[in-house]
Structure formats: C-alpha cells, structure tokens
Write a protein that binds this ligand. Structure first.
Ligand SMILES: [Zn+2]
Length: 300
C-alpha cells in the first residue's frame, strides 16, 4: 500500500510500543472527526463536539494508547461544551488529566455575540476541579480569525494568562501565524511559571526565544511531515527538559498516516521522529517527555 493509499484508507495500524511510558500532552478525545482535512481544529471546526462522545470510546482509545506506552494524556476542552465534558471525563479515566479554556477562534465568535464574559466565568468555575491541571488552549489565531476578531482574542488570551497565574496551573498556548504577538503579550503580562506552546510551529529563532524564557515546546505530528524541515530545525535546538509531545488528536496525524484520524496511540511515531532529529536515544527522550509532563501538571 502506498502512503497515499494509507492516508485515505483504514485506521492507521498500531505502532511498536515505546521503551518507556510517555504523556500525550494535548488531545481532544471528545471531538469525532467527520472530515479528512488536517487544516482544521477546535474553535469552530466542522464536526465539533457533542452527540458522538462516549466514555467507552475514550476508554478504548486510552487502552490502545497505554498498550504502546502512551499511558497518560491531557484532554483539552476549549469550547464551553467540551470544557464541561472534559471536567466530567477526567474523573472516569485515571490516565486522563484535563485542560479547560475558550479557544482563540471561539473567543472571537463569542466576543462578536457579546457572550465572552459569561463563557470565561464558566471556565473559571470549571478550572477548580482537582484533575484540571491546565488552562488552555488559549492564545492567538490569525489564520482563522480576521482583524475584526483580534481584540476579543487578545482580551481572552490576557484573561487566561492571569487565570493560570492565579491558579498556579500550566498555561497551554495556541499560536497560529501570531508568533510575535504571542511572545509580546506573554512578556507584557508576565508569563505563568509553567508555559507551554502547544503544537509548536515556530522556527529555530523562536524556539530559542521560548527556551530562553523557560517555556516548554510541545511537538505534534507536524514535525514528521516531509515539508517541515524548519520545525525539525527548531526541535534540534530545544533542550530535552523543555520538550513535550502531543497528538492534537483527532488532527495532525503523523507520517505515514497524514490525513487519517489521529489518536494518542500514534504518539510513538512522533517520538521516534523526534529522537532521530535530536540524535537522542528513544529511551532517554521518553524519560524526559514523561518527567517534564509530571513536573508541569503533577501526578496523574
Ligand atoms: Zn488543540
């Protein structure tokens, strides 16, 4: 079967297990994908959240992942409904911690409707749950939101930064085509002690700036894409202690399954690609990825 056939065929096969367990730092197990584009994401994505979610389906996904050494995940709920769902599910799965926020694209939508303040008040209530250890994903998305939505995004981003600082939780940032403003706003507000750039998409210079500030960089399946040499260059200058790995499932499926539905059990493909870029042995990388996540989020 050619890689092209695979991308549009059956579910990706289960990779070889990792030598040590790791954490999927960012996934959306509530979202059931109904398209094959990897350009979409939460915050207005087609498909969205809702009817098809089930505790059993998630338990299955977590069991398959644990079988290949991905025994812990951070489930991100970044619209009101999925944040509420996340808080309910984290009590049902010992391998799952949660993160809640209003996604930047959703912040723009809610802002236009005059509903942002109420939504943020609900996030503040949900973040109180002891198994919610992340404020996120928040940040800026200049790819999907135009000029008219930026003020609401920025207001929402600043609010989430403050929430992370007040709660002592880690902040997970979504940054799409907004690198300079993300770094500037973090500098202006004063970044939380635990700051993570989810699905890092910057270049080598940005990676260095983030590391200098003590931020963590979470790499997704995009780092395995043939076209992503710039991202691999960024990874190559990031110290092990600043690294995390994630799926952003159900999106951003690693090579050779790009275009298929992503799930935490595919993390080993990304970890092995990272180890090869870093010229590091896979075991040492797994240990760092696990230790970093436990340091940021606490024990599962
Ligand atoms: Zn995400």
């Amino acid at each position: 079967m050619s890689p092209h056939d695979r991308a549009h065929g059956a579910a990706p096969s289960v990779p070889d297990p990792l030598p040590l367990p790791v954490v999927d730092n960012h996934c959306h197990l509530d979202i059931v994908r109904d398209d094959t584009s990897d350009a979409v994401g939460p915050g207005g994505a087609p498909g969205g959240t809702g009817a098809a979610t089930s505790t059993e389906r998630i338990a299955d996904a977590l069991a398959t992942a644990a079988g290949v050494g991905v025994d812990r995940v951070v489930q991100i709920g970044c619209e009101l409904e999925s944040a509420q769902f996340t808080v309910a599910e984290v009590d049902r799965h010992p391998g799952m911690l949660g993160g809640v926020a209003i996604h930047p694209n959703e912040a723009a939508t809610l802002g236009a409707r005059g509903e942002l303040a109420d939504a943020l008040a609900e996030i503040e209530r949900l973040v109180d749950h002891p198994r919610v250890r992340v404020v996120g994903e928040t940040g800026l998305d200049y790819f999907r939101t135009g000029e008219d939505g930026r003020a609401a995004q920025i207001e929402s981003f600043r609010w989430h930064i403050d929430l992370a600082k007040r709660t002592g939780l880690a902040l997970q940032i979504h940054d799409r085509d907004a690198h300079d403003d993300v770094l500037r706003i973090l500098d202006e507000e004063g970044a939380p002690e635990k700051t993570v750039l989810h699905c890092f998409s910057g270049d080598m210079a940005m990676a260095r700036e983030c590391v200098e500030r003590g931020y963590h960089l979470s790499f997704s399946g995009t780092v395995t894409f043939k076209s992503a040499q710039g991202l691999r260059d960024a990874l190559a200058v990031t110290p092990l202690e600043n690294l995390l790995v994630e799926t952003d499932a159900p999106y951003l499926t690693p090579t050779p399954w790009r275009g298929s539905t992503n799930s935490p059990y595919l993390v080993p493909l990304t970890v092995r690609a990272m180890a090869s870029t870093l010229s590091t042995d896979v075991t040492a990388l797994c240990r760092a990825l696990s230790d970093n996540a436990e340091r940021l989020y606490g024990p599962w």
